[in-house]
Design a protein around this ligand. Structure first.
Ligand code: ZN
Length: 443
């Protein structure tokens, strides 16, 4: 089945004014001005009212936190106090809660134009041992591409950490389950729907040995590594007190300085650390909304990119954003970047590149993130007929500057997953009602 996505209003791609041709889940042709498909097509989608983007890639999230948005126990606090307030509440998470939270988060992301999501799940109260399995099932059912991370924590309050003892596991259980889910779900082939990455929560919630063992396991299964790093000044103090080194030095000692690794936040680096991270190809996921909500600081995006680090965007968990809208993440990255670097330093095209190609690089994927022949047919199509766009001139700039929130159509691997602004094959009102009901247990 060859489909021509024809004559877009605008498209984020080189020489594709007449659109693109999609076949067998991939983009097979881009059509420059005046061009026609090389061979006849089976279907034509008239995109003349749509702005076409590569599907957005969310490089950091905590799906389960959709159940604790705008929570009175945690709002108006900085990270460590926020975590301390929420951990005992999160400890109540059941498999059914996680399933609903993942479904809701995936749908919310999809509706914002996101086609690939990474989720960092590190919370393992008794009974929730199959967290990765649940997220994989939900992603497959919705047809959203995912890097599901097998997160971990083994330093709880009894060892000087922040989480209660009931939500952490010991290193043996963590490593055994990491291997189990890698064997079951990690698909290294191009075009994979599901990949697994290993993701200790942060330097202050695991021990050094687990950090090293996790890197060894990632090497043997050829998967990515992920963690929160340098999010706050508190973390730096904790690392110096606990390990006698700064967080980036800990990363180096544990064998994490490679393209295999991408970090969430990456705010409190010094100039030399940025140089070392860039040289090693360590990716950084900038989570602008969360950083503003928790007053954590501003990611040095321009310095990291200049040093060679892949730079992606993420919405972060829904208790510190508190939404999962990837287009909003693009706008936030532009706004906070301009505040730091000036009006000409970061354009809407930079922010869109971070949310697509940049995030894909963080996840170790060269098969998606751009509209180009050979890449996966992951697309987000927006219409500009809402009042907020009326009077806008440059359609691509309008998406970011006027604040696009909802895609009209979303395609993942050549299959439409959102049509007319609604998820295909899912009763959205029923899902929201069920999710809202489940959230009551976390009041
Ligand atoms: Zn996070």
């Amino acid at each position: 089945m060859r489909t021509w996505i024809k004559d877009p209003l605008a498209i984020l791609a080189e020489a594709a004014e007449r659109g693109i041709v999609v076949e067998d889940g991939r983009i097979v042709e881009t059509l420059a001005r005046g061009a026609e498909p090389r061979t006849p097509v089976d279907a034509i989608f008239d995109a003349s009212r749509h702005v076409v983007l590569p599907g957005l890639v969310n490089a950091h999230h905590h799906f389960y936190q959709t159940l604790t948005r705008a929570h009175p126990a945690a709002i108006n606090r900085e990270l460590f106090d926020w975590l301390t307030a929420l951990y005992p509440i999160w400890a109540r998470l059941t498999p059914r809660d996680l399933r609903l939270a993942a479904r809701l988060a995936l749908v919310e992301l999809l509706l914002s134009g996101c086609t690939t999501a990474a989720d960092h799940h590190y919370l393992y109260p008794a009974g929730l041992e199959n967290a990765v399995d649940i997220e994989v099932e939900e992603a497959r059912a919705l047809g959203v591409r995912m890097t599901v991370t097998r997160g971990s924590m083994n330093r709880s309050q009894k060892d000087g950490g922040l989480p209660p003892d009931s939500v952490v596991q010991d290193a043996d259980a963590i490593l055994a389950d990491s291997e189990r889910v890698l064997k079951l779900f990690h698909d290294r082939k191009p075009g994979a729907l599901i990949r697994v990455a290993l993701a200790p929560c942060s330097p202050f919630s695991i021990d050094r040995e687990l950090m090293c063992e996790t890197a060894r396991l990632a090497e043997s299964y050829d998967c990515q590594l992920h963690t929160h790093l340098c999010e706050t000044a508190d973390e730096e103090r904790f690392c110096l007190a606990m390990y006698g080194v700064r967080p980036v030095e800990l990363l180096e000692e544990a064998g994490w300085m490679s393209r295999r690794t991408w970090l969430a936040h990456g705010i409190h680096f010094n100039a030399d650390e940025i140089k070392r991270l860039g040289a090693a190809g360590v990716g950084v996921c900038h989570c602008a909304a969360s950083n503003m909500v928790l007053a954590s600081g501003v990611c040095p995006t321009c310095e990291l990119e200049a040093a060679g680090a892949p730079l992606g965007l993420g919405v972060d968990g829904s208790a510190s954003n508190d939404s999962s809208n990837m287009m909003e993440a693009v706008r936030h990255a532009l706004m906070i970047g301009r505040l730091r670097y000036g009006a000409a330093a970061i354009t809407h095209l930079d922010a869109l590149r971070w949310a697509t190609e940049g995030s894909a690089r963080c996840l170790g994927r060269d098969d998606l993130g751009r509209v180009a022949p050979g890449l996966q047919a992951d697309l987000a199509l927006f219409r500009l007929d809402e009042p907020r766009f009326s009077g806008a001139h440059d359609p691509l700039a309008a998406l970011v500057l006027c604040g696009a929130h909802r895609a009209d159509r979303v395609m993942v691997g050549g299959v439409w997953r959102v049509v007319d602004g609604a998820p295909v094959g899912l009763d959205l009102a029923a899902l929201v009602a069920e999710h809202r009901q489940a959230a009551r247990a976390f009041a």
